[in-house]
Design a protein around this ligand. Sequence first.
Ligand code: SAM
Length: 266
Amino acid sequence: MQDRFGRRINYLRVSVTDRCNLRCSYCMPEGGVGLVPHEKILSFEEILFVVHAAVEMGVDKVRLTGGEPLVRRRVVDLVAMVAGVEGIRDLAMTTNGMLLDEYAGRLREAGLMRVNVSLDAVDPERFSEITRGGDVDRVLAGIESAISEGLTPVRLNCVVRRSSDEANARDVARFAQEHGCEVCFIRRMDLAAGEFWVVDGGTGGDCKRCNRLRLSSDGLVRPCLFSDLGFSVRELGAGEAIGRALEAKPQCGTSSGAEAFSSIGG
Ligand code: SAM
């Protein structure tokens, strides 16, 4: 499908939950954010319905994200359901990796093709500080399991203050090289202030090349991370919500009132 500005939209990012088992300092306030009530969270069947509609309209790339996708109960079943949709050529997940060691094999068996793992530091103390309590050893074990299960190429997402030339980022780059991972550096963004940058080593943040729509865990199709526009699949039906989001997709992001990336699906 094409939007008003001639961009080909073929990528759907699905936030399967707004819950997360980390509290990364740049993503969420320490006390967490107001959570979406359970009844508002889309069921697997509803998510599948939206994915089907999106694929029929031209989406061929789907990413499961969150919140933390691996904290959603029975997420492996959801992966299997989405993997069964004909027409998806790339099915990936973005995870913080804390539960990946446990899940990598089952995710692969269910049909997941690859993972992006967020890794902002390799040093245990720095990692724990940034994520407010995360255990980097679990994440590194998760990355190694993902590699051995063939969820490749594993890409590491590293959030930096300004550039990849910072101590934590250099450590992550070295780890990536030693383990055959891809790496991209995401300069810290600010939803409210509308500050975003082109991702170094990735495709995000470049409005001219944006090919994405997002489905939030509470069922809004959102045309842009830096906008408050959203179209409810429960109210409008999946095809209509996707169509309206496509039509409304702004030429360039501005800002968003969302409390955290986790509530939109980063
Ligand atoms: N929990 C999963 C994870 O940690 O990868 C998926 C959701 S998380 C919101 C997705 C990505 O958004 C992560 O790579 C995270 O680093 C990034 N992110 C969150 N807040 C950000 C910010 N303020 N600026 C840039 N990237 C951010």
